[in-house]
Design a protein. Structure first.
Lengths: 429, 429
């Protein structure tokens, strides 16, 4: 099956960061040609003259099933927020997890995300919903100490079972997660990391989101979380540390030495007012791979990576009084090729190049907010002036998920008709 | 001519901030009924079942004609930014000002803004383009010392001429502007304020955007800009101070005593990394009317008030380590009823109430990013998870500007086909 995207501005994100006007040819799951006019016949013709083709965005930290809890707990002190969300979280059903995931997938498709890294329990329910949506889900079952969880059974065994079941899926990449040092003791951390090493699967964790968790860990262990985790051997090439906001340069260096990635979550950190700002320029300088996550819908409250790129840039520039940090090209890198690297798929994803999987998002080149549109300002327009409303067409792993604004994979009406009832059941008690 | 919006969630922004499910009836320019089912016949039926109707957003600080310069000067040191923008600004033609304005109007319509406060020269060109677009423009001709401007003739005389010509327009509200204390001496400031008082027109100005301008003014006069302007009598009920980022509490109190408004521009301040954060909670506490501006397209680079509301909230919460400041309802107030108050039109605009002008924006209630959608989270969804892509239909002063995503007032193709050529002419030399 041949698909061709015609006459687009192609923001390749290849090693030279080339911007090319031309055609993209997709054969099955893969891109086979980028740029030259395609004179053959195609099974699917995608007219994109003057539109913008970018690699599908990679959201490296979210809790997608929480989408059904959107707007339940805003503008309150952090301790009230935690209490409320933990209560709601512990009372969820398979059905509202499924609907939450599908709603989140719809939102991600509409906003140009084709791959997301999820951290939650019940990832089997989330996997089935994600498969139906057609997105690539890196689904990391959340592990914590058995005496601190509401999960039935042992969390690492649950994680193992999930991984066994989903390890040969086309677009589901199972993984492991550590909820954080506040609920994961050394044994839990080491066992989970050993499992992730043995299976060669991604390992994600919450790291130093708040000052409180850093101080508490120092009080208990004498070490900052990053130091302690490095000593326990938890950091490695497959490790993705979400947030990473309250860091010392010593911790940044330890993370760089491990060759690991972070998923910075600027909107979540700002909305919860947790105070820390991830030291992005230092992460870059020392060689930590920087990627971006939206976090879940109770803390953002959207899953929009376009908005997240812009706000990350604004936060870094404003908090450092330096407009030159995190320029537009870097912000786009974080959301594309660096996201692919974080999940160990940079040879297959994150750019529009022949041989890579066809994860392609097409933005409307006739949208007034993206004009004037020239090679000179196209990256700036994508990062600083686009909106999720500009996304026309989305392809993931060669599959069409949205065409000209129409989602092709899910029964949207059915998903949405259930959403309010579930919100009431979960969030109004 | 009767128009009816059917069965929407109406976010009235009335004094009780009621959210009502029902119909809105518009007779000519004005709203005549909000809520009850309308059983009469209508000339225009707007099916909006389950959609969200909000008052048209009010953007209180922009330079709309600069939209054609989008993405020309990003991620550079502030001094380089100023030099580059001033050079481009001084070489503009009537034609690129017209196209820039129309492009900006298209972007504003698509993102739900129905009223904007503009500060620029050549406001006569901007007025004609704005009339064609159908938006309400509060167009403030920029006054500065005659020896410091590239305007032909005396700026205050230019302003006066413009005001005389446009004072009886239906949707154009002419006004005056002071560029800032760095190019406006006491005589210029006093004469412009006297003119604005005599004509009872809005007066807007740039105030304390950067530390540099504050320090320079103190060096020259011994006073901070806010103190000096208050002493010169420039502050008053019709004064709107844009930015107002580097303020002392003494200045905040002086501004409150004058009964004036500010137009905070969070994205612009963050992107330029000018360091100051407008003290929004203190402005509110002392009684300064807080409204929001996007600033122009070289500093933002969008004109999207949905994004601006969210980012303002994020900046305030994060910079104060307090998630309770600027809650969602307040952010929506800033962008609607407070914007109307800033331009002296709170009895006519800023809420959906019988007797007010019909400035109404309808958001797609079927958009996944706005679901679940209930009275309990509707304001949070508008502020924290909506995007300009959710705007379906826009009405200004009773006129339909966009219907179901189609702009009705401007020849979009013609505007856009000129935009790139003008960008090249202005920004590539």
């Amino acid at each position: 099956m041949i698909k061709v995207v015609r006459d687009a501005w192609i923001v390749t994100q290849d090693p030279e960061r080339r911007i090319i006007r031309g055609d993209i040819v997709i054969d099955g799951e893969k891109i086979v040609s980028v740029g030259p006019k395609y004179n053959g016949t195609a099974d699917v013709e995608i007219e994109a003259s003057g539109d913008i083709a970018i690699p599908g965005l990679v959201n490296t930290h979210t809790h997608i099933a929480m989408t059904v809890m959107r707007g339940a707990v805003d503008d309150v002190p952090f301790s009230d927020f935690l209490n409320r969300v933990f209560t709601i979280d512990s009372e969820r059903t398979d059905e509202d997890i499924e609907i939450g995931t599908k709603l989140g997938c719809m939102e991600m498709i509409r906003s140009g995300t084709t791959t997301f890294v999820d951290m939650y329990y019940s990832e089997d329910i989330i996997a089935e919903a994600t498969k139906e949506a057609g997105l690539r889900g890196v689904l990391c079952w959340c592990v914590l100490d058995e005496d601190k969880t509401t999960q039935k059974g042992n969390p690492l065994q649950n994680c193992t079972r999930f991984n066994e079941k989903y390890k040969n899926e086309r677009k589901i990449v199972p993984g492991a997660a550590l909820q954080g040092v506040y609920v994961c003791n050394e044994e839990t951390c080491r066992a989970t990391k050993e499992y992730s090493d043995r299976e060669e699967i991604p390992l994600t964790l919450h790291l130093s989101e708040t000052r409180g968790e850093v101080n508490e860990h120092r009080r208990k262990t004498g070490k900052r979380p990053g130091e302690w985790l490095a000593e326990c051997g938890i950091f490695g090439e497959r490790t993705i540390a979400a947030h990473s906001a309250w860091m010392t340069m010593h911790e940044v260096r330890l993370m760089a030495e491990a060759g690991m990635s972070i998923a910075t979550c600027p909107v979540s950190n700002m909305k919860l007012a947790t105070g820390g700002v991830a030291p992005i320029p230092e992460f870059q300088e020392y060689g930590v791979n920087v990627s971006i996550g939206t976090d879940g819908s109770t803390t953002n409250n959207s899953l929009d990576m376009f908005s997240e790129m812009k706000i990350l840039g604004l936060l870094q520039k404003s908090s450092r009084w330096d407009p030159t940090v995190t320029p537009a090209q870097k912000l786009l890198d974080f959301a594309t090729i660096n996201g692919a690297k974080a999940i160990g798929m940079e040879s297959q994803l994150g750019s529009i190049e022949a041989g890579k999987l066809a994860d392609i998002v097409i933005l409307d080149g006739k949208a007034p907010n993206l004009r004037p549109l020239l090679p000179e300002n196209i990256v700036s327009n994508i990062v600083y002036s686009s909106s999720s409303g500009n996304v026309k067409t989305v392809m993931c792993h060669g599959d069409m998920l949205m065409n000209n604004g129409n989602i092709l994979t899910l029964d949207q009406g059915k998903v949405m008709s259930n959403a309010e009832e579930m919100w009431r059941a979960l969030c109004l008690r």
